[in-house]
Design a protein around this ligand. Structure first.
Ligand SMILES: NC(=O)C1=CN([C@@H]2O[C@H](COP(=O)(O)OP(=O)(O)OC[C@H]3O[C@@H](n4cnc5c(N)ncnc54)[C@H](OP(=O)(O)O)[C@@H]3O)[C@@H](O)[C@H]2O)C=CC1
Ligand SMILES: O=C(O)C1=N[C@H](C(=O)O)C[C@H](O)C1
Length: 255
């Protein structure tokens, strides 16, 4: 049995992971980390802790869906108390991504901005399309619920990385994040990433390739947040016996 620690347990995804673990085989909940208290009742055998070290010691693997600063605290603690880590938190800074890489030298770390099978495949398709459709303008639009704090979404940035890689471009040099005013004509290489926020949209990503006379749009829509919680549990079960290193969701899904 793989014992899971959930970091971000009160959150939208964290709560679903706790629910989904009840239905899972060979993997179960053993600890949750909370800043103050858990907002719902839980099996008394599960450790509910405000101390990261105790939380880590009570589990075999960690699944994290929290906020960047919280994820940073988790990574710092895990560097001292190594555990396989499934990280789903988005909006990580360059420093936090470096910490994640540092952690992966001593423990297996799976980092995925989107835990769905569909988006894992979409990333491959975007790479292929970007490389094949030379000269097509690439524009990415993401839509999420009104509570989402980071923009653009982690998924949109990963898709933009795939698009840039397909053309041999450095995303940092070609990414455009908004257009307003007298900005001039679109440049050939730019890759725009735009964010829409509203209501309860779980997550929708469209990568468009636009040319004179034709365009293609590749689209993925998550209709249920449990796509992410179930994907993270599958990733955790897979990661539990892996060697230290940085893994992607494609590694887990063998895509
Ligand atoms: N990779 C993927 O497939 C997906 C990734 N995400 C990402 O996961 C993250 C969480 O999303 P979501 O569940 O919607 O967010 P929520 O805002 O619902 O949950 C965030 C959680 O983080 C906790 N938290 C906040 N600050 C701290 C802190 N300093 N220390 C410890 N815990 C803290 C909150 O605890 P408290 O209740 O105490 O405030 C809460 O439980 C986001 O980055 C989102 O983009 C979301 C969906 C899918
Ligand atoms: O915050 C969310 O909800 C989501 N966040 C992830 C992201 O930033 O890409 C994944 C998913 O789209 C939902």
């Amino acid at each position: 049995m793989v014992r899971v620690g959930v970091f971000g347990a009160n959150g939208r995804v964290g709560q679903l992971i706790i629910d989904d673990l009840k239905e899972s085989e060979n993997i179960s909940l053993s600890s949750v980390f909370v800043r103050t208290e858990l907002n719902f009742s839980i099996d008394p055998s599960v450790l509910v802790s405000t101390d990261i070290k105790s939380f880590l010691n009570a589990c075999d693997i960690v699944i994290d869906f929290s906020l960047p600063e919280a994820c940073e605290a988790l990574l710092e603690a895990a560097i001292k108390t190594p555990k396989p880590l499934v990280i789903g938190t988005t909006g990580l800074s360059a420093h936090q991504l470096n910490l994640l890489k540092q952690a992966s030298e001593n423990m297996p770390v799976l980092y995925a901005t989107n835990m769905s099978l569909g988006v894992a495949l979409l990333n491959k398709l975007v790479y292929q399309a970007s490389s094949a459709l030379d000269g097509f303008d690439i524009e990415i639009v993401e839509m999420h619920h009104k509570h989402k704090k980071d923009a653009p979404s982690g998924t949109a940035l990963t898709l933009a990385e795939s698009a840039a890689a397909g053309r041999g471009l450095d995303l940092d040099k070609v990414r455009v994040s908004g257009r307003d005013g007298n900005i001039g004509e679109r440049t050939e290489d730019e890759i725009a990433v735009m964010a829409i926020r509203g209501g309860d949209i779980v997550g929708r990503h469209t990568v468009g390739f636009y040319n004179d006379g034709e365009f293609i749009e590749l689209n993925h829509t998550a209709t249920s947040r449990s796509t992410f919680s179930k994907g993270a549990i599958r990733a955790g079960a897979w990661l539990a016996d892996k060697e230290p290193g940085l893994y992607s969701i494609s590694d887990c899904l063998e895509l």
